[in-house]
Design a protein around this ligand. Structure first.
Ligand SMILES: NC(=O)c1ccc[n+]([C@@H]2O[C@H](COP(=O)([O-])OP(=O)(O)OC[C@H]3O[C@@H](n4cnc5c(N)ncnc54)[C@H](O)[C@@H]3O)[C@@H](O)[C@H]2O)c1
Length: 320
């Protein structure tokens, strides 16, 4: 149990950050540091929680970052440019925020003197285009230079190296987590589930880029939060990287669209559009390491998670 800590979440106003803050807030002081590039926080009950403080700031602003981190025992670094559309729109910003921002966070944590644990959010994209039951050590060579999509994976991988360098050189207790396709209530960014559900509940066409044969394993946000909490509770996790995902919830993008339409009782058609960028054909985690070291086990199966997410979007859109 994590309690009585002062916790800084960079990117804390985002989708996963707000879900994590909800879990931490009853027993800890939680500071959300975010520039509101995305916003899953404003107007939620979390924004009125007495243990939650929001600081509008940018991870590229080292002074603001250090000020927000003062006296913190735990830092979870989630701030990033994420989502294929955002990455393709500005690969420069992606590299800047995801590499320099991560460096700034780790340097500030090192200098703060009070930090007992850092969790750095990487990504399953570092495993490249064919990631079938990948283990933590199976990093494939992702890159072909000039392909804008890979700026995200390369930036995140650089972030991992920065984190683990601080662990080796300065003893900063850093753990990397690699989320595999997280979805659920509160998601405001990009992602297939987000797009499909928003369209399905208003009976608009669901757009699939490519032929829909891409395979993904979907992880409900509560399971992602459970994984991070397990990391924070486990001292042996320092200096390690963990896949966090739900391999049981694996299907093609086409099947995902059909499932969302069925669960939402929607009359939406499905439209196919050209891909226009390099895509990942298969991405399924092996989570044996998280199971063994952290006792992590995803608990929310896809149909249950999708149903809860559909209900949340309906309520938000006033369609309940
Ligand atoms: N959601 C997923 O499926 C998934 C998968 C793999 C990795 N991740 C990683 O998990 C983390 C959280 O993802 P999410 O889904 O909550 O994304 P999100 O976009 O909802 O949250 C990211 C937050 O970072 C903030 N941010 C962006 N640039 C910033 C900056 N310069 N300074 C301060 N804040 C900034 C945004 O405003 C946003 O609130 C990210 O690091 C992402 O790369 C997510």
């Amino acid at each position: 149990m994590i309690e009585g800590k002062r916790v800084l979440l960079t990117g804390g106003a985002g989708f996963i950050g707000t879900a994590l803050a909800r879990e931490l807030a009853p027993h800890n002081e939680v500071i959300l540091f975010d520039n509101l590039h995305r916003d899953s926080f404003t107007g939620t009950s979390l924004s009125k929680h007495p243990n939650v403080t929001f600081v509008r700031g940018d991870v590229l602003d080292t002074e603001a970052l250090s000020a927000a981190m003062a006296g913190c025992q735990i830092v979870v670094h989630l701030a990033a440019i994420a989502g294929v559309d955002s990455v393709l729109r500005s690969p420069v910003r992606t590299m800047k925020v995801n590499v320099i921002g991560t460096f700034n966070v780790l340097e500030a944590a090192h200098r703060a003197g009070s930090v007992e644990r850092v969790v750095d959010f990487s990504t399953s994209e570092i495993f490249g285009t064919h990631a079938y039951k990948v283990e933590e050590t199976h990093i494939s060579p992702v890159v072909s230079v000039g392909e804008a999509r890979w700026t995200y994976a390369v930036g995140k991988l650089a972030g991992e190296f920065i984190g683990h360098s601080y662990w080796h050189e300065h003893g900063l207790p850093v753990t990397t987590v690699r989320p595999f396709n997280v979805y659920g209530p509160g998601q405001t960014g990009e992602g297939a589930v987000h797009h499909f559900i928003k369209r399905a509940i208003s009976n608009q066409p669901l757009v699939i880029h490519g032929d829909g044969s891409q395979i993904r394993a979907w992880c409900y946000v509560d399971d992602m939060v459970r994984g991070v909490m397990r990391v924070l509770e486990c001292d042996a996790a320092c200096g390690e990287a963990f896949n966090i995902g739900n391999p049981r919830s694996t299907l093609t993008i086409y099947d995902l669209a059909l499932k969302v339409i069925r669960l939402a009782g929607s009359s939406s058609p499905i439209e196919f559009k050209p891909l226009g960028y390099v895509d990942i054909e298969v991405r399924i985690p092996d989570i044996s390491k998280a199971r063994e070291m952290l006792g992590y086990e995803p608990q929310v199966d896809l149909e249950e998670g999708l149903s809860r997410t559909i209900a949340w979007y309906r309520e938000r859109e006033g369609l309940a």
